[in-house]
Design a protein around this ligand. Structure first.
Ligand SMILES: Cc1cc2nc3c(=O)[nH]c(=O)nc-3n(C[C@H](O)[C@H](O)[C@H](O)COP(=O)(O)OP(=O)(O)OC[C@H]3O[C@@H](n4cnc5c(N)ncnc54)[C@H](O)[C@@H]3O)c2cc1C
Length: 381
């Protein structure tokens, strides 16, 4: 059993850590306060190969493994969880399905630009009536000659207005249930494709979520991704990969919560000594550090399973479930360790608390992760 990171993985971790500390950390408070998408940062991350990390180099990506990807998302999210999710969605939810199910023409036209950082991708599965129950797709795709005509609304879609490429799921044949769902590649500017409500949120305020609105949106049939009726399977496989990204994001938020707690516990004095010398604070910090390390093992194991060609659906769900709930608990403890200072905006821990919550919700809530895990373990997997 080898727990050591390879030379290349360590290099990527170091490079992204330095980038996050030097280029993201100084501006994050301002961007979060203003709810401003960090366009320039995303562009720079594209230039250093972080937007399509596991896409082969010849297709414009970084040619890295999934473990390296988890290291990058953790480091980015340690500085800014909003940037973390924008990058995770692009890598996992947009690049992965294009790489895995796209034709050579689709890869050249749609994958390469979002992998090399020229543009961004988004993933449109959720609808007002189809959240956890993603099979209840109301968006419809009707074949009309050599085209498909799409009607419907996707909501809460990350990167919506700043993306150029969209992986969209639509019902082609309702009578077939999940086997009636098909995946399509949409482009910004497709006729009949507009944006609706842009969401105002509790946390990850510098990331963008909006509605995708399709009104008689006509696209060529060549924009179908994978086969007709295989959309639900593509969505579930893609979310397995996405969960490794969200788990890494949660890990970054938790690590930031611990970093700030250690700094504060060493500096803040009460009763004539740093609060870090008080047993209660030591216990909180020790539990946080241990839980973070446990989550890190689960995240890296899920990524290693994927890199090794092993099944990783259960492992990704476990990593996401544990890391996200751990992040929420760590951010809560970080506020407690900071006392009143934790509650005010002069310290970043209140942001970690607001940001951590979403990791328990998107790409499958904690309840849905438990469902995935239970179905796996009850069937002996
Ligand atoms: C900031 C943000 C970004 C997002 N980004 C994207 C994106 O890029 N693309 C995209 O497609 N979607 C995105 N989503 C949607 C997100 O994945 C869904 O919100 C999430 O899957 C939950 O769906 P829902 O909100 O409809 O809640 P619901 O499914 O209505 O769930 C409500 C509650 O019921 C529980 N519940 C539901 N079913 C079960 C069950 N079977 N067993 C036990 N409990 C259950 C849930 O766990 C939850 O507690 C985003 C959401 C947010 C808020």
């Amino acid at each position: 059993m080898d727990f050591a990171l390879s030379k290349e993985q360590l290099m990527i971790q170091q490079m992204v850590r330095e980038f996050a500390q030097n280029e993201i950390e100084p501006i994050v408070a301002e961007y979060e306060a203003e709810g401003r998408f960090p366009e320039e940062i995303i562009k720079r991350l594209g230039e250093i190969g972080i937007l399509g990390m596991t896409v082969p180099k010849e297709l414009g990506g970084g040619g890295c493994d999934t473990v390296s990807y988890t290291l990058a998302i953790e480091e980015i999210s340690r500085a800014c969880a909003s940037t973390g999710i924008a990058v995770s969605v692009n890598n996992s939810l947009a690049c992965f399905p294009l790489l895995t199910f796209g034709t050579d023409e689709q890869k050249a036209e749609f994958l390469t630009p979002i992998a090399n950082g020229s543009s961004l991708g988004a993933f449109g599965l959720t609808e007002p009536s189809a959240g956890s129950d993603a099979a209840m797709q109301q968006t419809v795709a009707v074949k009309d000659g050599d085209d498909y005509v799409i009607n419907g609304i996707k909501h809460f879609i990350t990167n919506a207005t700043v993306a150029e490429v969209y992986i969209v799921f639509a019902m082609e044949d309702k009578s077939k249930g999940t086997r009636g769902i098909t995946t399509f590649i949409l482009k910004k500017g497709d006729p009949g494709f507009t944006f609706g409500t842009i969401e105002d949120k509790l946390g990850i305020r510098a990331s963008i979520q909006a509605e995708l609105v399709f009104e008689n949106c006509r696209i060529p049939a060549s924009r179908m991704l994978g086969q007709s009726g295989k959309g639900f399977k593509i969505a579930m496989m893609t979310l397995d990969v996405g969960r490794i990204g969200v788990a890494s994001q949660a890990l970054g938020i938790a690590q930031a919560s611990l970093d700030r707690s250690i700094q504060f516990a060493n500096e803040r004095e009460q009763f004539g000594k740093p609060i870090g010398r008080l047993g209660a604070i030591q216990e909180a910090v020790a539990n946080m550090a241990t839980d973070i390390e446990a989550a890190r093992m689960l995240v890296r194991y899920a990524a290693w399973c994927k890199d090794s060609g092993k099944p990783f659906s259960k492992e990704a769900a476990m990593a996401k479930l544990f890391a996200s709930e751990m992040a929420m608990a760590s951010a809560t403890k970080a506020i407690q360790i900071h006392g009143g200072y934790g509650y005010i905006k002069d310290y970043p821990v209140e942001r970690y608390f607001r940001d951590a919550k979403i990791t328990e919700i998107y790409e499958g809530t904690s309840e849905i992760q438990r469902l995935v895990i239970a179905l796996n373990v009850l069937s002996g997997k």
